[in-house]
Design a protein around this ligand. Structure first.
Ligand code: SF4
Length: 373
């Protein structure tokens, strides 16, 4: 298959075995050469949760919100090679201009939380809510960690996308337009944000997509302001209050900082809560000698420990590390293979969102960017 410019298109999750025979030095040299040959035609975006051997090649790093902004502002390149997971590459494709190709070096790099909500399940929940509350304005809000199809659902139904750095602003925007919010797929980000805004816990109920039912009484649903999808991040849900107590007992000056994808009890036990960018800023700007136990993905914690050597930086989970397994799928071998193919005129593993979905997902994403300005 070829695109309109005659560039060959290929999709693959399995790369030639030869790439696995290369030494680290050989891989680095080949990535460097391919990147140099492509020059300004290519921009590499890397999520903070990538391993060091991949993120070292990124032209820009960020969390999902910052990378979405970069897809808009840095997309003069013909190719965006996205070192992240599938929903991020979809977002980059939606936000980048026509003619830009977005490449995910391993198409198997997904997000288990994003997989916890699909179109059919959201349609089912939405129909039940519309039937139950025909005169109530309900605003659908999806976390960035969701498929482009669900972002399009929000765009088409007067809703928006949010990230962990702007969820409160987006919920305020939603409540200025409607009485209830359907929030998917991460129950924890929705609950933590609602709680911070002063919404009582009893006014936040849970919808279970596996059973297609609300985990509450009719009266609780009637009074609910936020309907939370029963999804979670397997990495962040593992952090516990006991871990916070344990690390404080060992290091009396230790500050605990966690991501809002953690459960509410962990968030309440922490000293600070915020997005990945917030965590980085807090730690980097803290004085020498500061001590941090961080409740987020381990690659980021390792990177901060390496760059902030005048501080004590630990994972909140101690030696029982919790990596994001799907981010690890972007290996230096996949990156090398994708770049070398591009340098030879072959676009491999392009992520392209269908035009109708692209339109409405773009509406939801642009609403988020406009609200967050
Ligand atoms: S850390 Fe969790 S939410 Fe983030 S990409 Fe990995 S599985 Fe998804």
């Amino acid at each position: 298959m070829a695109d309109e410019l005659g560039i060959e298109l290929h999709a693959n999750t399995r790369i030639p075995d030869d790439y696995y025979m290369l030494s680290d030095a050989e891989l680095d040299a080949r990535i460097l050469a391919a990147k140099a040959q492509l020059g300004e035609q290519v921009v590499l975006l890397g999520h903070h949760y990538q391993g060091a051997r991949v993120v070292q090649w990124a032209d820009f790093t960020g969390d999902s919100f910052k990378l979405a902004q970069l897809a808009v502002t840095k997309s003069t390149a013909r190719y965006i090679v996205f070192c992240g997971v599938h929903f991020m590459a979809e977002t980059a494709d939606v936000l980048s201009p026509d003619g830009t190709s977005v490449i995910l070096p391993d198409l198997g790099a997904g997000c288990s939380m994003a997989d916890m909500a699909d179109e059919r399940q959201v349609d089912t929940c939405w129909s039940m809510l519309q039937e139950r509350f025909p005169t109530t304005k309900i605003i659908p809000i999806t976390y960035m960690n969701s498929t482009a199809a669900l972002k399009a659902f929000c765009g088409e139904n007067d809703g928006a996308v949010c990230t962990s750095s702007n969820a409160e602003g987006i919920l305020n925007w939603a409540f200025a337009r409607g009485e209830k919010v359907l929030f998917f797929p991460d129950q924890h980000l929705g609950r933590n944000t609602g709680y911070k805004m002063g919404i009582p816990l009893e006014q936040m109920v849970v919808y279970n997509p596996l059973f297609g039912d609300f985990e509450c009484t009719d009266e609780q649903l009637e009074n609910a302001r936020i309907i939370l999808w029963k999804g979670f991040c397997s990495v962040h849900q593992k952090f516990s209050v006991e871990q916070a107590q344990e690390v404080r007992s060992r290091y009396p000056g230790m500050k605990v900082i966690v991501h809002p994808e953690c459960a509410l009890d962990v968030v309440l036990a922490a000293d600070h809560v915020g997005s990945t960018e917030y965590i980085i800023k807090m730690v980097e700007e803290s004085p020498a000698g500061s001590q941090w136990a961080i409740g987020t993905e381990i690659n980021l914690v390792h990177r901060l420990a390496e760059t902030q050597k005048d501080k004590l930086i630990l994972s909140l989970s101690g030696p029982n590390v919790c990596p994001c397994a799907t981010m690890y799928r972007i290996s230096p071998q996949h990156l090398c293979w994708a770049l070398e193919n591009l340098a030879e005129g072959r676009v491999v593993n392009q992520v392209k969102v269908a035009p109708d979905i692209r339109h409405w997902a773009g509406v939801a994403l642009q609403r988020m960017l406009a609200i967050t300005k």
